[in-house]
Design a protein around this ligand. Structure first.
Ligand SMILES: Cc1cc2nc3c(=O)[nH]c(=O)nc-3n(C[C@H](O)[C@H](O)[C@H](O)COP(=O)(O)O)c2cc1C
Length: 190
């Protein structure tokens, strides 16, 4: 079973990426083949709303997203992590998600997605403040994204009070939960 992790923070080895790594470790411990994409290191453009996907349900821009489309189509489960930036996802995460407008068109307009595979996904997020409402927008966006891909929203971890890059290391509960969730993605699929 393949598990794809997508890290959306511009800060390497910051809180959300560490949490993602822990979840991937859990998945690996249960026998998954895991891969991680760091969005900030991929060269791609935001959706141009060009209508190029209106007829075929496929994006006509060819850039770093080509590999991401392939990897997401190929994975059995997805774990996405993002910091909260201005009460939403990071720009990197939102930019990738907008490029899935082609998948939205295929599913909801063209109706060309027949019997999609059952797949599950997890959302991990961190924020500087302790305000729970700061995660709400991000959750809604990820739910819509997962629904577009027919990925079941199987779990979430939201950690407030994460300011410095390694703060997440002090949150043993979150780290353990991430490991268990990653592992659970595989075990409950067997
Ligand atoms: C541009 C920017 C915007 C931010 N906006 C918020 C916010 O709206 N609410 C919040 O609680 N924290 C906010 N933060 C703090 C980050 O969510 C926090 O530092 C987080 O730990 C970063 O995650 P990372 O280490 O994975 O990059 C913001 C940080 C930056 C750089």
């Amino acid at each position: 079973m393949k598990v794809l992790g997508i890290s959306s923070s511009p800060r390497r080895l910051g809180n959300s990426e560490i949490l993602l790594d822990r979840a991937l470790e859990g998945a690996r411990s249960a026998g998954a083949v895991v891969e991680k994409i760091v969005l900030n290191e991929i060269n791609f453009r935001p959706c141009q709303e060009c209508g190029g996907c209106d007829k075929g349900g496929v994006c006509i821009i060819h850039d770093g997203m080509d590999a991401i489309y392939r990897k997401i189509a190929d994975t059995d489960a997805l774990i996405l992590s993002s910091p909260i930036f201005f009460v939403s996802l990071s720009a990197q995460a939102k930019m990738m998600i907008d490029r899935f407008q082609c998948a939205w068109t295929a599913k909801y307009v063209l109706n060309t997605v027949k019997s999609p595979r059952k797949r599950r996904g997890i959302f991990l997020s961190v924020a500087g403040s302790y305000r729970k409402d700061h995660f709400e927008n991000a959750r809604q966006i990820i739910r819509a994204f997962f629904a577009t891909l027919d990925v079941e929203y199987a779990g979430e971890i939201f950690c407030g009070g994460m300011v410095k890059a390694l703060d997440i290391g002090k949150d043993e509960d979150a780290m353990n939960k991430a490991y268990a969730m990653g592992k659970g993605l595989i075990e409950s699929d067997e």
